[in-house]
Write a protein that binds this ligand. Structure first.
Ligand SMILES: [Zn+2]
Length: 141
């Protein structure tokens, strides 16, 4: 038998970090991603975000890779949001994502961190990652 416990904290951003995911509407996107991951057998332990990026805590199955899971979540969620016209503009995700493995004993901490996204951003690594995503100079964020 196998005993697989692989947890990943993933972060991905809206292209150019445009602040599209306004708070009244992002709940629909969250619900959709939650339902979609169930269908795809992706174990999503937490999901939350700000206006320009999302955080997820994912338990990878033995047959899954983070690349495969992120491609499914990002690709399908943008397609759906645009089909349903959830946001004022088309939703495009920035290329790539941030991913870090999470030790099983730190799951609670990371879960709380993700749940409290509307409060302060305390992860230096996440801030650094998001800071690398290019923003057009004229766009107000
Ligand atoms: Zn964040």
């Amino acid at each position: 038998m196998s005993d697989v416990r692989l947890y990943v904290h993933a972060v991905w951003a809206v292209k150019n970090r445009a602040p599209l995911l306004n708070l009244e509407k992002h709940e629909r996107l969250f619900h959709h991603i939650q339902a979609y991951t169930v269908v795809k057998h992706i174990e999503l332990l937490a999901l939350n975000g700000h206006v320009d990026h999302l955080h997820a805590l994912i338990r990878l199955q033995a047959t899954q890779s983070i690349g495969q899971v992120m491609r499914l979540i990002k690709g399908q969620s943008a397609w759906w949001a645009n089909k349903e016209r959830i946001f004022e503009r088309d939703l495009n995700w920035a290329v790539g994502y941030y991913a870090r493995s999470v030790e099983p004993k730190r799951l609670k901490v990371v879960k709380n961190y993700i749940s409290n996204q509307d409060k302060h951003h305390t992860s230096v690594e996440v801030m650094k990652y998001l800071g690398q995503i290019e923003k057009p100079e004229n766009e107000m964020i």
